[in-house]
Design a protein around this ligand. Structure first.
Ligand code: GLU
Length: 385
């Protein structure tokens, strides 16, 4: 039988696949150091867990409004106002099953078959796949390690055609840790207005900032109507398994997104929505400080080995240039990552998963001991190549 070409054109999420491989090896008894999935190693803060238990005990176990409970949408609108200086009504917020589904909802509401969507490489693994699933055409613009992975506005401009519908950005960035400066965001906003383009701005790492500061492009003049802000509770509040994210858009787009959400998933798990509501009361600054310490440790250890990378300003990834090590035992980043896992039992994700061959992503959401152990093994692996 001829199956959907949209689906057959994509592969499973490589971040999750490599994470699975590392977990399987660990389950078989090996001492694996896992730098694969981007997942905080902290437990979900207790008040958030308690809020979910309370919701269960109170019988909050039924369907909610498909776009999310009113209290949560109001709290999100308030957060966007207070922290990001952006005015959204609760009706413009749609709660989804994680940032991942929030992005898909937006793409599905925007993209017609054949529409082009620009993504910046290195690009998180699911952007390209989701565009393809919607029948769109991903157009990749490369950002270079030499420019700290900040894209060049001219290169974005020259990739625009009469089919270009939107551009996706992600700052702080997965997998590079880059934070886009205001100057770049301003140029991009001007370009989007001039060319009548939409921006999907994935801001799920917004709180994990070590150098500089986060700014949402949607807060810039003339941008709200042509932007979708994506955010989630997963990374900020160590809530990856709860699956709560959201989109903030214009009223017109939010109505379309709500339709998609209602047909695909009804609402996000009810108790998880109450847990997310509580999250706004939780102070996560100690987690951010811990990530900063880890970032500094990783940067200094990797530099000692002599590796080339851009110092991450945010998120919890470092994207390492392995090109000098390819061409001998390993011809590409996928083989390299498999070799590293098999020989030294260290899990990382190949750059090919982020449309960027010649690199490997290390997630430093692990304890200091694990980081030291894993980087020592990584150093031994490189020496033996
Ligand atoms: N976003 C995380 C990562 O990049 C989790 C895995 C995934 O959903 O891709 O590792």
């Amino acid at each position: 039988m001829d199956l959907s070409h949209f689906v057959s054109s994509v592969t499973p999420s490589a971040t999750l696949e490599f994470n699975k491989k590392a977990l399987e090896l660990a389950r078989s008894g090996e001492d694996v150091v896992k730098f694969t999935a981007g997942e905080p190693d902290f437990p979900t803060p207790r008040p958030i867990v308690d809020a979910a238990i309370k919701a269960l005990n109170e019988g909050k176990t039924k369907y909610t409004n498909a776009a999310g409970i009113d209290e949560l949408r109001k709290a999100i609108a308030l957060k966007l106002q207070k922290e990001n200086n952006m005015t959204y009504s609760p009706e413009e917020i749609v709660v989804a099953n994680g940032g991942k589904q929030a992005i898909y909802n937006v793409l599905k509401a925007l993209v017609n078959v054949g529409d082009e969507v620009i993504i910046i490489s290195p690009a998180w693994v699911s952007y390209e796949a989701q565009i393809l699933l919607c029948g769109g055409v991903p157009v990749i613009v490369q950002a270079d390690v030499e420019r700290d992975f900040i894209p060049e506005i001219n290169e974005i401009e020259s990739s625009i055609t009469d089919k270009t519908k939107a551009i996706m950005i992600n700052s702080p960035n997965n997998p590079t840790g880059a934070i886009y400066p205001e100057s770049f965001l301003g140029e991009l906003a001007d370009l989007c207005i001039k060319e009548d383009l939409f921006v999907i701005s994935d801001e799920v790492y917004e709180k994990l900032v070590f150098d500089g500061s986060h700014l949402s492009i949607a807060s810039m003049d003339g941008m709200k109507e042509r932007s979708a802000v994506i955010n989630a509770f997963s990374k900020t509040y160590a809530m990856t398994g709860w699956r709560v994210g959201y989109s903030a858009t214009s009223t017109k787009l939010a109505k379309e997104i709500s339709k998609i959400q209602s047909h695909l998933a009804s609402n996000v798990n009810t108790m998880a929505q109450y847990a997310a509501l509580k999250a706004f009361e939780v102070d996560t600054s100690s987690m951010v400080e811990e990530f900063r310490k880890r970032r500094d440790l990783v940067v200094s250890r990797l530099s000692e080995i002599g590796l080339k990378f851009s110092k991450p300003a945010g998120a919890f990834y470092v994207f390492i240039d392995i090109r000098p090590y390819l061409g001998r035992r390993y011809v590409n980043s996928n083989e390299f990552a498999l070799g590293l896992l098999e020989e030294q039992k260290v899990g990382m994700v190949p750059g090919s998963a982020f449309s960027c061959e010649g690199f490997i992503r290390m997630s430093y959401s692990s304890s200091v001991e694990e980081l030291k152990k894993g980087i020592d093994r990584f150093g031994r692996f490189l020496k033996a190549i």
